[in-house]
Write a protein that binds this ligand. Sequence first.
Ligand code: HEM
Length: 144
Amino acid sequence: MPEAPRPEAPTPGPMPSEADIRRLLALFYGRVRHDCILGPVFAGAVGTTDEDWARHLARIGDFWSSVMLRSGRYHGDPFSTHLRLPDLEPAMFDRWLGLFHAACDELFDPGLAGAFRERADRIARSLRIGLFDRLPPVRPPTPA
Ligand code: HEM
């Protein structure tokens, strides 16, 4: 009898290799680092040296490996990380996604590019909603 799919099994569809992930992140973050809008936010949190960026890319590589390949290498909390960024603005997500989509399309066939883009879109949306689209408190604060 065929084995039932495990819940943690990778979702069907195009799968990148670890080398694909590294190539994508090198291209994308190479542009982010020098982007006039996103660059300063990253410079403040990641740093500006090649060593700082190598550390960041390793961490992000673990993240995408976990997302796309279910490798389980990432153990972090992107929500808290972004919550701590003082200059993050909602409009930056469009910029981020624009650069990410472009890098995917340049490197991969439409199927794999679409798989990366779709995951990024969903994560960006949930981050943005969690960080900026808070519901107002149920009761207004009591006047002092
Ligand atoms: C508005 C757009 C965004 C900006 C400006 C931004 C900026 C940053 C910065 C500056 C860091 C480094 C924080 C630190 O080291 O202290 C970071 C970390 C990270 N970002 Fe973003 N980000 C954005 C959107 C996204 C999106 C859409 C994703 C996922 C699809 C993402 C995934 C991550 C992850 C996984 C980390 C590492 C968190 C950790 O340290 O565990 N970011 N981001």
